[in-house]
Design a protein around this ligand. Structure first.
Ligand code: COA
Ligand code: AMP
Length: 651
């Protein structure tokens, strides 16, 4: 394991890392560890039990306690001297706008919107879907739900109507909050049209939609159903309708966030109130090394877990200033945008996905734009969301001259499973490893019989139960799905569905997924979901989608289509329609740009499509002819098709 004697250098001073000591402290007495961390949260009523394991193996934290997440994010800071400190800075290079909200101002907006929700019939436990671009109103809506004990479910704006409809039917919201449009480089996306399409498709009907009208494209509101954000806010403000925080159980859901599973049906990851606050607050200081009052920036989207944990909740719980950035790493207006934001707002620590750095590196390989900005206050760059390749990390280190910290986690956990804990003292970096397990996580690597593998050997990465605070206690109204997806395969452990190994120093390496999830530009997508859409094309008999290596996005999906007998339309037309179908049904974020017609798909004798073998061929990796293959010639045919399309990486 990592010795206590490891050192790190920060601002000229050598410090010992306290990691090993803190991790061992957690292991010796997990309940005492989290009870201590919970002292940093304001509770309405203390807990009776720190952790209670449910029958299925899930964990409930701080049972019996009551609290309010919005109170801990806003009210208590206003009461304790942070009223005039910037809470949220909206920086939108795509619209040329910037706006700062102090803690007092943000609290006022949130309380007012809580009044709007209440006035429109939303109560404790009701769900509210938030389908919004990266505007401050999205964070306001999330916190307003938390204030009145409503459960929000944010849906990423890059998903189309069908995906939104699936989430509406699962979450059964009382109300949807949306905006007239989102803005992507070169185009305005009419969210309202997508929203109307989703409502049309969904079986569950909502009472109201509250629409934030943006000047780039105003939406036509449907009388009786749609309400104007501004009008509603004005009404609530005039009536002084600004409800106080309600006390909720620590174990009550704060939000449901849908994430890709192995089918087209997304999984509703539930996040509680109490454990979530404790874990995020602890992580801000210990993992990220930032202090209250610091400016912190996570360049993600509120539609993803990083946006929930580290644009909204984590930094506000900690009393930081958070940046909500509506732009891209390149093209808004150039590859220097990130440096501009860091310099202008005096960001101390910044979190993004490796793909963003690959995009910048492609555009400005020598990082010439960095010289234009004063980055002297910038201390640490954090990367997560996908495997951080050593090249990207080293380029970032050279460019910025700060430690670059890879860390590994997933929607389900809500915060880092493995990291290099800056606040505890940074450990030596090993490129390709997100470093070591955080307190709360006992990370093990096992074989298919759930037996531990030897140090350095690859296998399935699993987490010993119970999971720490902050992690999902269950799936939304789907306890059976929770158990079968995560707990059934390795009794006593949570299945991360990642594969990797742990080295002799306890450093964790995460190499790939064990399921059919792919990671495209840091976005988690289901190839199974894309296959379900492609199979719906009338000319397609069967299909396979695989994720192949991509220099910019890490992976991109490629669809292979076998047509029905007798189809004699031009294959180019069918391929184009297939791509459009995925874009229309799942959304542009699926990034499926290539669908290829093939004669046959390679299968095992029992009929399983050999996706992994095809992927290895495309990625130029070593592969073995599967012993169970039905007809080896088909792999030659596929190789030919992939090569003709320029999709085989030659090594
Ligand atoms: N609303 C509507 N459409 C969206 C969208 C949104 N919120 N977000 C993305 N899209 C669209 C994009 O415009 C793009 O459309 P296109 O096919 O017409 O070009 C498509 O979805 C794919 O988006 P993306 O995969 O993000 O590719 P990109 O080329 O637009 O940008 C990067 C590539 C690397 C610059 C971008 O992915 C990025 O900044 N990533 C940062 C990492 C990140 O945020 N990760 C989240 C988890 S930490
Ligand atoms: P998401 O739930 O969208 O956050 O995606 C989580 C998945 O992304 C993980 O299960 C991993 O497969 C992958 N992932 C996230 N961070 C890392 C990382 N630092 N290294 C390797 N893979 C990662």
């Amino acid at each position: 394991m990592v010795g206590t004697g490891s050192t790190h250098v920060r601002q000229g001073e050598v410090t010992m890392s306290r990691y090993a000591q803190v991790y061992e402290g957690w292991k010796a007495d997990p309940e005492a560890f989290w009870a201590q961390a919970a002292q940093d949260i304001d509770w309405d009523r203390p807990w009776d039990q720190v952790v209670k394991t449910t029958e299925g193996g899930g964990a409930e934290w701080f049972v019996g306690a009551t609290c309010n997440t919005c109170y801990n994010c806003l009210d208590r800071h206003v009461a304790n001297g942070r009223a005039d400190q910037a809470a949220l800075i909206y920086d939108s290079p795509i619209t040329g706008k910037q706006k700062t909200f102090t803690y007092a101002e943000l609290l006022d907006k949130v309380a007012t919107f809580a009044g709007v929700l209440r006035a429109n019939g939303v109560g404790q436990g009701d769900r509210v879907i938030i389908y919004m671009p990266m505007v401050p109103q999205a964070a306001v809506a999330m916190l307003a739900c938390a204030r009145i004990g409503a459960i929000h479910s944010v849906v990423f704006g890059g998903f189309a109507s069908n995906e939104l409809a699936t989430r509406i039917d699962d979450a059964k919201p009382k109300l949807i909050v949306s905006a007239s449009c989102g803005i992507e480089p070169g185009r305005v996306i009419a969210y309202k049209a997508l929203l109307d399409g989703a409502i049309e498709l969904a079986t569950h009907k909502v009472d109201h939609c509250i629409i934030f009208q943006r000047e780039q494209e105003r939406a036509t509101l449907i009388p009786g159903r749609d309400l104007d954000w501004k009008e509603e806010m004005d009404k609530a403000a005039a009536a002084g309708n600004k409800p106080d925080c309600v006390s909720v159980a620590a174990t009550d859901p704060l939000y449901v966030l849908y994430t890709s599973g192995t089918t087209g049906q997304p999984k509703g990851v539930v996040r509680d109130n109490g454990g979530h606050m404790v874990a995020l607050k602890w992580s801000m200081k210990n993992v990220y090394g930032v202090d209250p009052g610091d400016v912190w920036w996570a360049a993600s989207d509120v539609g993803w877990v990083v946006g929930h944990s580290y644009i909204v909740y984590g930094p506000l719980l900690h009393g930081c200033t958070t940046i909500l950035f509506e732009g891209k790493p390149v093209g808004t207006p150039d590859a220097g945008t990130f440096w501009r934001v860091i310099a202008e707002h005096k960001v101390r620590a910044f979190f993004t996905a490796p793909t963003a750095f690959r995009a910048i590196k492609k555009e400005d390989p020598k990082a010439t734009l960095v010289a234009q900005y004063d980055l002297s206050g910038f201390e640490t760059l954090f990367l997560a969301g996908e495997r951080a390749d050593p090249d990207t990390i080293q380029w970032a280190e050279r460019t910025l001259g700060v430690p670059v910290i890879d860390h590994w986690w997933q929607t389900e956990t809500g915060w880092a499973i493995a990291a290099n804990p800056v606040g505890l003292g940074t450990l030596p970096v090993k490129y390709g490893s997100p470093t070591v397990a955080m307190p709360g996580y006992d990370v093990q690597v096992v074989d298919e019989n759930a037996q531990p593998v030897a140090t350095g050997e690859s296998g399935a990465v699993v987490l010993k139960l119970p999971l720490p605070p902050g992690c999902l206690p269950t799936l939304w109204e789907n306890e059976d799905g929770f158990r079968s997806s995560y707990l059934a395969d390795y009794p006593g452990f949570y299945k991360t569905a990642d594969a990797g190994f742990v080295d002799e120093d306890g450093y964790i390496y995460i190499m790939s997924r064990t399921d059919d999830i792919i990671n495209v530009a840091g976005h988690r997508l289901s190839t199974g979901g894309m296959e379900e859409v492609l199979a719906g094309h009338p000319d397609v008999a069967e299909c396979a989608v695989m994720g192949i290596a991509d220099k910019l996005k890490g992976q991109v999906p490629v669809g292979l289509l076998v047509l029905n007998a007798g189809v004699d339309r031009p294959t180019e037309d069918i391929q184009r329609e297939a791509v459009k179908l995925v874009r229309d049904k799942i959304g542009p974020v699926a990034a499926l740009k290539i669908a290829l017609v093939v004669q046959r798909l390679p299968k095992t004798r029992s009929g399983k499509i050999l996706r992994a073998t095809m992927r290895k061929i495309a990625d130029g990796e070593e592969w073995k002819m599967p012993a169970t293959i039905d007809d080896p010639v088909i792999l030659d045919e596929i190789t030919g098709v992939l090569r003709d399309a320029g999709l085989v990486t030659e090594r």
